[in-house]
Write a protein that binds this ligand. Structure first.
Ligand SMILES: [Cu+2]
Length: 259
């Protein structure tokens, strides 16, 4: 088994339990399946809050499913085999029992003032794959790119598919470089060191109403002000879908999607 495959399998363990660790949410409740950007404003010490209190903040919940087959193929490694192995797993469609991981669910076009609190985030390069593969962050956050491999990675991030926001040559193992995410939008990351199989996505938002699905396909949006909104779900390969929802003050909206 290649190193990359072992590392990838290990990376799935937390995914299956608690979803991708997209956001360092200090106050995440045990067992919460999705990222909880809204909870970053919680008071220090709120880790001991009653579960019922947290549930009261839930505005939109749902499950993202698909009939698409999981990506079972591996991606051929074409260079740096001693570090990268001969193949790495594809993370394009991660699905179990029809539940889709790595889908980003968000309210489209909502304006908030002030902007959400920035966070410190990490994009690691381990065994010549990015970890996490998909994450979502508030605008203004810092992303620290880490090279955990003893090989050159050149981490190139594009906003909106074309505009370079950082382009980092990282020749040293354990090298770390931080960059701010100054604008909202979808950032895709590629490796310009010839590792054509490497890809990651960072979805940057100027509001706190978003989540990334974990291994169980569920998401939760919290503290959304009552109103009517467009709810959108994005996935790197499957069709983007949107739906109008109305958030009421008293009960959460259930909004499931099949991509
Ligand atoms: Cu690379």
């Amino acid at each position: 088994m290649t190193r990359a495959l072992v590392i990838w399998l290990a990376s799935l363990l937390p995914l299956a339990v608690s979803g991708p660790e997209d956001i360092p949410v200090e106050t995440a409740e045990p067992g919460s399946e999705t990222t909880e950007p809204g909870s970053e404003t919680a008071e220090p010490g709120s880790e001991t809050a009653e579960p019922a209190e947290v549930e009261a903040n839930v505005s939109v919940i749902g499950t993202i499913t698909t009939q698409a087959a999981p990506s079972t193929e591996t991606l051929e490694v074409t260079q740096d085999h001693p570090v990268c192995g001969d193949a790495v797993p594809s993370e394009v469609v991660v699905v179990a029992d029809g539940k889709l991981a790595n889908a980003v669910v968000f309210i489209d076009g909502i304006e908030v003032d002030p902007a959400p609190e920035p966070v410190e985030a990490v994009l690691d390069q381990v065994g010549c794959i990015y970890i996490p593969h998909v994450q979502a962050l508030p605008v203004g956050s810092n992303i620290t790119v880490v090279n955990s491999d003893d090989v050159l990675h050149n981490t190139h991030a594009f906003l909106g598919g074309s505009r370079t926001i950082f382009n980092l040559a990282m020749p040293q193992k354990d090298q770390r470089i931080s960059r701010p995410l100054r604008r909202a939008g979808l950032v895709d990351v590629r490796c310009d060191a010839g590792h054509t199989w490497m890809s990651a996505y960072i979805y940057v938002f100027d509001h706190p109403y978003y989540a990334v699905t974990g291994g169980d396909g569920t998401y939760t949006l919290r503290d959304v002000p009552p109103g009517t909104y467009t709810l959108t779900v994005w996935h790197e390969k499957l069709e983007t879908q949107s739906r109008e929802i109305t958030v009421a003050p008293d009960a959460p909206v259930q909004a499931d999607f099949e991509l």
